[in-house]
Design a protein around this ligand. Sequence first.
Ligand code: F0G
Length: 485
Amino acid sequence: MSTSPVIKLASGEQIPIELHKVRMVQKLHLKPVEERLEAVKAAGYNSFLMSTRDIFLDMLTDSGTNAMSDLQVSSMLQADDAYAGSQSFDRVKQAVKDVFGKEYFLPVHQGRAAEHVIFQAFVSPGHVVPMNYHFTTTKAHIELPGGKIDEIFTEEGLKVKSTFPFKGNIDIQKLRNLIETHGADKIPFVRMEASTNLIGGQPFSVENMRQVRAVCQQHNIMLLLDASLIGENAYFVKQREAEFKDSSIGEILHTLCGLADLIYFSSRKVSSTRGGGICTNDVRLFDQLKDLVILYEGFLTYGGMSVREIEAMAVGLRETQDETVIGQSPAFIKYLVETLDAQGVPVVTPPGGLGCHVDAGGFLPHVPQTEYPAGALVAAYYIASGVRGMERGTISSVRDEAGNDLLADVELMRLAMPRRVFTLSQVKYAADRLLWLYKNRELVGGLRFEYEPKVLRFFLGRLVPTSDWPERLAAKFRADFGDSL
Ligand code: F0G
């Protein structure tokens, strides 16, 4: 018997089910299409620059937007305000030990702060960091001290449509080749990212991590785990890796984390709070990092976080062991992906963690990559629905030295599914409006930059459409839906 939050109806249909009740709510705004058109224009066609005043379903990210539990919120009242030696820290340290099996813990203010500290300590010019796939902040923080990344995903990794259960796996032969080419002394660590974000929230298997660890041990290379989405990865291991079908999520978390020498995470994701952390059982690694945490983040018992957040993080980490909690997002994502897939909308399969990833290249084949199909799709979908997604394509990439866009491997629109935030009727609405947009996809055109920042341009960049396509799309919406929102 599974405790996965999916139930079978009498008709045989399976639906995701909310195994929680809603006890505090926030009003949402579903504005008429004409106002949505104005709002996206004012935001420079960049969903990062929009206000939630203009947004119906905020599917930008799950980062800092998962719903907290009653136990998390109430734990914040027992926070121990102290610069040093706070008992709140003792509680989170114990939670890290119980959930991840790691003795030494350094709190930091969020995931990228952990990356900053770790990469400052271990990456030097000429270093190469192999990984299953990069995350935007990871790449930027490895390149800052002069390192380079090398992505060694398997052949299945970037295929949009696939039935391969572990697209986040590392290709072991590529790892061996890379070590031979560069030499182990140029590789400070191998990085594995749980539920690999940018390729569609896709997990790796325990078996793959065991193999990576064996190669690392053979060459005396450290294995670093980005555990920001480790709960979902453990959930997929239980569902998809036969050896673990009867294991608890707690046991799988211990198995995965036990294979890593050093772990970091964004608490904005893993424990539905804010903040982040670094943990290890190796006191030498802890000693190498602790001074940098004090320098950049804060004293070792708060690391830039408020003690209230630290308390909620301790509870949230423990809740990561509960399949009904960490299975919520994957269950709703699966529903959305399968609904769209059945109607021919190109989406990343198998369904992963984090969100539903729509293949903008396949959705808008008439928009060239240099006109940012993923960004255009996010803007068009907002106009059609009031739902905010995130561009994960060439806008999220960079330019080469000649000034040309480095075209992304995949052009994706990410519709994140924050944990325990949306209901099934909202998810059905999101699917319905995307299906309408798919039928009207020829109306959607491209975008070009009007203002382009040099670093992480997707956050603050402003764009304009290459024609009056947004107006024509809004007019078609009005014609089809009459006076409905
Ligand atoms: N690693 C992964 C895998 C992430 O997904 C993120 C953040 C970070 C590191 C950085 O953590 O935001 O706390 O500094 N992902 C967010 C997202 C931003 O929207 O996917 P952070």
